[in-house]
Design a protein around this ligand. Structure first.
Ligand SMILES: [Zn+2]
Length: 281
């Protein structure tokens, strides 16, 4: 087993870049949430994870210097609730985007500084640049670490599974655009919010885009074969290779595909039944 993916065991992945796994392994979190620490003399913490006192203690122990900044990629419950707790304990500044409305958003996250695309956190030891990547969540931000050219991807890209796009805050069109946007950055690796480092960023991003477009093609084919089905009834056709126990999650991503097709004028719904827009005159 990769010893680096053990909770409470910080690993220095590169000079002044450490990863610490939160003890929240699960269906949606894989081995757990990765918390990253940057710097030695003064430390920035990225995604402190859930408000687990065990993990907050581990972060404070892993930090080689005082924690001055806390950044989050987005405000889902496995990424940001530890932020306000850690800020209260350390006086660190909170950076990121505020939570949108919604039941799965951590409303305790109140940034002192709102980061928009291109904003930087620069110290004598490191520079992190915010890359706004809506799709998985509308307020999702990735961070590019200048010295390593690594992109800290949160839930925009995970290692080990594709991410759930859950409308209305999740948006498939934006997700694909945000993947495309990464291709313009010069990246040496992807450091995901879940799972180990991804060392072939270009290939991975291309695969993810292709995977979503292939799924979209399957959605269109399934709708052609089975018009006027509800979301629930359409799911087994589109995700026939996926374990039925996971269909409630697949259903959310299918809805994201359908909304994308609808917004592009290629699908309509009536009484929650979906059909393709006919191109024949
Ligand atoms: Zn998330």
């Amino acid at each position: 087993m990769n010893q680096s993916l053990t909770p409470g065991n910080p690993v220095e992945l590169a000079k002044g870049v450490r990863r610490l796994l939160a003890p929240n392994a699960g269906l949606m979190t894989g081995p757990g949430t990765n918390t990253y620490l940057f710097g030695n003399a003064e430390v920035a913490v990225l995604d402190p994870g859930p408000a687990s006192s065990r993990h907050i203690d581990a972060i404070r122990q892993a930090a080689p210097g005082p924690i001055r900044w806390i950044l989050v990629t987005h405000t889902h419950p496995d990424h940001s609730p530890g932020a306000s707790v850690l800020a209260a304990a350390t006086g660190a500044e909170l950076l990121g985007q505020p939570p949108p409305r919604g039941r799965v958003q951590d409303q305790t996250f109140k940034p002192d500084r709102i980061l928009t695309d291109g904003d930087v956190l620069e110290t004598g030891e490191f520079l992190l640049r915010a890359v706004h990547t809506p799709g998985h969540a509308s307020n999702h931000v990735c961070y590019r670490h200048e010295a390593t050219r690594w992109l800290f991807t949160g839930d925009h890209i995970m290692n080990g599974s594709t991410v759930v796009i859950d409308p209305p805050d999740g948006n498939m069109k934006h997700y694909l655009e945000s993947l495309q946007k990464l291709k313009g950055l010069e990246l040496a690796a992807l450091a995901p919010g879940h799972g180990p480092l991804i060392e072939n960023p270009g290939e991975t991003i291309d695969w993810l885009i292709g995977h979503r477009l292939k799924r979209e093609a399957k959605v269109v084919a399934s709708m052609r074969d089975h018009p006027d089905l509800t979301l629930r009834d359409l799911t087994p056709f589109v995700y026939d290779e996926v374990d039925r126990k996971l269909h409630h999650l697949a259903e959310r991503s299918l809805l994201a595909h359908l909304v994308k097709l609808e917004n592009e004028g290629n699908a309509t719904r009536e009484d929650e039944k979906w059909r393709l827009v006919s191109r024949e005159k």
